[in-house]
Write a protein that binds this ligand. Structure first.
Ligand code: UD1
Length: 362
């Protein structure tokens, strides 16, 4: 048996790893075992534990408990602790990282320096925006990745442009969508649905947590004011990420139709999206889920590392100027939003494809 380390750290990692674990565990004639390692980057139960429960992810074999810190502190702490685990707890035959969070980059570096090959799931995507910590994480991780598992032809092209040989690129699809498709029938109405008197197709969902949008009070206030106005009398449900909560504490005079609620568990959050009139977000993963569920999606960013959600899906980049928000929401009210198409290989089988490749590679 070959041992693969599976690394998770932050909320968007959990839905990406779940289908890979399922595929590994249900394999006949297993040749791969795994060690699930949680770095502890997200430690709040609302961002971590509930996802393990709902997505039936086994308890991590190791928790590095790194917690919060500056970008460098967090990265350094993950690198140090994962290195120690590899040296003292046993070396693995491969390290599989997902996405673009600090845990992804940090573990890739520690593994590669000890000669452990790195597999990167969701490799090759690029926003071109070096002010985002995630873009730095993608660039560094991909520069030391051995095996690239990709979600799109755009990602394949980006990697080829960096000189990566086709023999190391595996176009497998999107594990986040595996999780969505596996759970569509299980989505759960949250209790706030009736408390707030929500009705299907008659409310908006908003999520914002990127430093560029939420760290400065004035800019954040302007965005929220525009969202409240664009929604007219319709409610907006806004699940608040801890980073966003810090800024919200010092803002007053916000529109009364925006309801700030706790971060939602996976099944409840996607229930809200699936039944919404539209979504307003700065998250990358939400643009993919909205595309698959064919829900209009307005992204408050100037760029995206997921261009297929715009070219094929329901996503549109509005930028960060609040003036763009009301006209876009008007188009939603007028039913003039584009319809979505599901990108190739976003079909629910990606986890199995990844495991098949790993078996052959190891
Ligand atoms: C991280 C990822 C981002 C991802 C997001 C999803 C990086 C660089 N960023 O951003 O790609 O989209 O997760 O949620 O890896 N905090 C808590 N409780 C927690 C975790 C964090 O209160 O469980 C606080 C921290 O103290 C910090 C802030 O939230 O002040 C930000 O946390 P951090 O993990 O640094 O980055 P995110 O903004 O969550």
């Amino acid at each position: 048996m070959k041992l693969v380390d599976l690394i998770v750290g932050a909320r968007p990692n959990f839905m990406k790893i779940a289908p890979i674990i399922r595929a590994l565990s249900t394999r006949k004639n297993r040749t791969l075992s795994y060690r699930l390692i949680h770095t502890g980057q997200h430690y709040d139960p609302r961002l971590s534990d509930t996802f393990f429960e709902q997505l039936e992810i086994p308890r991590p074999d190791e928790n590095l408990n790194v917690g919060s810190g500056t970008q460098a502190e967090q990265t350094a702490s993950i690198m140090t602790k994962y290195e120690a685990l590899l040296v003292d707890g046993g070396i693995s035959n491969a390290c599989l990282v997902v996405g673009d969070v600090n845990s992804t980059m940090a573990c890739a570096i520690s593994a590669q320096k000890l000669g452990v090959p790195v597999a990167h799931v969701e490799a090759g995507i690029r926003s071109g925006d070096w002010s985002m910590p995630e873009e730095i994480n993608r660039l560094v991780t991909d520069s030391i990745t051995d095996w690239f598992f990709t979600t799109s032809q755009n990602a394949n092209q980006n990697l080829r442009r960096c000189g990566v040989d086709d023999s190391r690129i595996f176009f497998v699809g999107n594990t986040m969508i595996d999780t969505l498709l596996a759970n569509l029938e299980k989505l759960k109405e949250p209790s706030l649905f009736s408390t707030l008197g929500l009705q299907p197709n008659n409310y908006f969902v908003a999520t914002l947590h990127r430093p560029a949008n939420v760290d400065r009070e004035l800019e954040f206030f302007d965005l929220l004011t525009a969202i409240g106005k664009g929604a007219r009398d319709t409610p907006v449900v806004f699940p608040v990420h801890p980073r966003t909560a810090k800024t919200l504490l010092s803002i007053s005079g916000l529109p009364g139709n925006i309801h700030f609620v706790d971060p939602q568990p996976y099944l409840e959050f996607n229930y809200l999206v699936k039944n919404a009139k539209a979504v307003i977000t700065d998250s990358g993963g939400v643009t993919e889920e909205a595309t698959v569920m064919d829900i209009p999606c307005m992204t408050l960013r100037d760029n995206t590392e997921r261009p297929e959600t715009v070219s094929m899906g329901t996503n549109e980049l509005l930028g960060t100027n609040p003036d763009a928000i009301v006209p876009a929401m008007d188009r939603v009210f007028a039913d003039k939003w584009k319809r979505g198409q599901v990108p190739p290989l976003w079909d629910g089988r990606t986890g199995e494809r990844i495991v098949t490749h790993l078996e052959a590679l190891l």
